[in-house]
Design a protein around this ligand. Structure first.
Ligand code: SAH
Length: 346
């Protein structure tokens, strides 16, 4: 019964909301079949390649106050930093030498990074490393701003929708942030010509299976080029400090479901998944993920970009230990590639 549901999802790219819940609850042989089908679809589109992205955490200064996030404005314990243009460029240089061909600039909503500042920075990166893609993950901006960043040469933009249910969104964010604006941003990013990514946390406070089913439905409607999902992990200096972390098991099932919804989506095995489970990245890849994003930031920035407790930033999470990551991927039959790794249109 569940197997035929999985086959139907693979054929049509969508099933009903209640059916997503049935799939999230599956176990044993059924869960094994879900994973196998997702892996088969992933191999049909992306073979055994694992795309890598060099993550540069450019600033932990943020004007927002999201209840789950360690770098939220109200966290007075957070030691703030902002990388200089020279520091960012030297991260790219180091990354290029290591074999990275995508740089992801990630940060809080730091007002210092105006359109002008970013245009110059993106222009310089694309001039010096013209064979590389630039991905931005800098939060909510105006339609005009997204157009300017695209025109300056940025290729991709990640903006997790966080949850597709307005009332759940309100429980995760203060009143000045709305799901409506988040979705407006995603549509503007797509209109501006970006490869656009959405996503959500698994096991975030107050999240129900119905909310996750709505997220999956949103993904099948929006058809993002990228989709970032990882377990929620509490941070001790946030209002959500006493909530439990999300599970690696459910995250992996959702990676498989998302792969079946959207065969060509770029799907990372995230740092948060690697943080809750020692072999999280491997499990993510085996569940249908095809991207990993090691950290290229300067060492002290890695520690200060403290979104949640225990965030990994050393070992194979560190860009300089790419050999270790390569070996871990080889051990499970996959291969890290230096390919630029754009989304495939199938
Ligand atoms: N300011 C940017 C980047 C945010 S950090 C933006 O708004 O898009 C990237 C992602 O980290 C967030 O979208 C969120 O889903 C995730 N995140 C934040 N706090 C987290 C936590 N406590 N546990 C797990 N993931 C978290």
């Amino acid at each position: 019964m569940i197997k035929s549901l999985i086959d139907r999802l693979e054929r049509h790219g969508r099933i009903a909301r209640e059916e997503y819940i049935t799939l999230m609850d599956c176990s044993g042989e059924d869960a094994g079949y879900l994973r196998e089908r997702a892996e088969a679809v992933r191999q049909r589109v992306y073979g055994r390649d694992v795309y890598i992205r060099g993550l540069i955490e450019i600033s932990n200064i943020c004007k927002n106050d999201c209840y789950y996030c360690g770098i939220r404005r109200s966290n007075a314990e957070c030691s703030r930093y902002r990388l200089t243009r020279e520091e960012i460029l030297s991260c790219c240089e180091k990354g290029w030498e290591l074999g990275f061909r995508t740089f992801v600039m990630l940060g809080g909503e730091d007002p210092y990074f105006t359109d002008e500042v970013l245009e110059k920075l993106i222009g310089e990166i694309k001039r010096r490393w013209s064979d590389c893609a630039v991905t931005l993950s800098l939060g909510e901006r105006s339609r005009e701003s997204y157009k300017r960043l695209k025109a300056a040469g940025a290729d991709r933009y990640l903006l997790r929708h966080e949850t597709a249910t307005a009332e759940h969104y309100k429980k995760l964010h203060p009143a000045e942030m709305t799901l409506e604006n988040r979705l407006r941003c995603l549509n503007d990013l797509r209109d501006a010509g970006f490869q656009a990514g959405c996503g959500f946390m698994v096991g975030s406070p107050y999240q129900t299976k119905e909310h996750i089913a709505a997220d999956l439905e949103f993904i099948s409607d929006f058809r993002p080029d990228m989709c970032g999902i990882g377990p929620f992990i509490p941070h001790r200096h946030t209002p959500f400090k006493d909530f439990a972390a999300g599970s690696a098991e459910l995250t992996c099932k959702l990676l498989s479901i998302i792969r079946l919804i959207h065969p060509a989506v770029l799907l990372p095995a995230t740092t948060a998944l690697g943080t809750v489970s020692g072999d999280g990245r491997e499990r993510g890849i085996l569940a249908g993920a095809n991207v990993v994003m090691p950290n290229l930031s300067p060492k002290d920035a890695r520690e200060k970009y403290d979104l949640y407790q225990g965030k990994l930033h050393s070992g194979s999470e560190a860009a300089e230990n790419l050999a270790d990551l390569k070996k871990r991927m080889e051990n499970i039959g996959y291969e890290v590639t230096n390919h630029i790794g754009n989304v495939k249109h199938i």
